[in-house]
Design a protein around this ligand. Sequence first.
Ligand code: MN3
Length: 215
Amino acid sequence: MNQHYPFINMPLPYDYDALEPHIDTKTMMLHHNKHLQAYIDNLNRALQPYEGLHNWTLKELICYNNRLPRQIRIAVGRNAGGVYNHRFYFDQLAPVNNEYPIGLLACAIYKKYGDYEKFAEEWKTQAKEVFGSGYVWLVVNANGCLEMIQTRNQETPLCRNLSPLLCIDVWEHAYYLKHYNDRASYVDDWLEVVDWHRAEELYAKATNKANKKCA
Ligand code: MN3
C-alpha cells in the first residue's frame, strides 16, 4: 500500500506534540503536513501524465532516474528523494524514553566510536558540517560496517549499496522555529527522541543482507 503512484501522506505514528519538549509541535506539523505533503504532491503531479510509471515504487523512481522521460527526471529525483528521506526521518523518531542504542547495534557503535558520547559528538560534528541543506545518515555499508555519510538537498543513500539506520534532517525547516540558527542544540534534542529499537531492527536486517561481519 502506498508504494507507488498516487503517493499519499501517511499519518505520523505518533501525535504532533509527542516529541515535546525536544521537537516542538509546530515544527512537526509544518514539517509533516506542509513540507512532506509538498514533496508528495509534486511527485504525483510529475508522474500523473505517465501511466507507465504509475506502478513504479519510490525506490525504483529514485534508483532508475535515468530511465525516466528526460523532462521529469529532475522533478521526480528531487521529490521522490524528499518523500523517502522524510518518511525515514519521521519513522525513526519516537516519544519513548530510550535514549541509548541497544543490542548488537549498541555493540557496533561502541566498537567503532568508543562510547555513546563519542558517537554523539561525531554525529553532531557531521551535522554541523553539512553546508546548506541536507542530511547526515548512519548506514551499514557493503562490508557490514557502520559509517556516517552526508547527503545534499534530497539525495538519498539508496542505490549505493548502503542500508540506512538513522538520518537527521538538517534543513533549517527541521529546527528553525525552536532552535533558530543553533543546529547543535537541535542535534542534542534529536538524539533524545531516536527510536533505537527501530534502528536495531534495521541493523539486524542490514548486517544479514551484507552477509559480512565488520572487521
Ligand atoms: Mn525536512
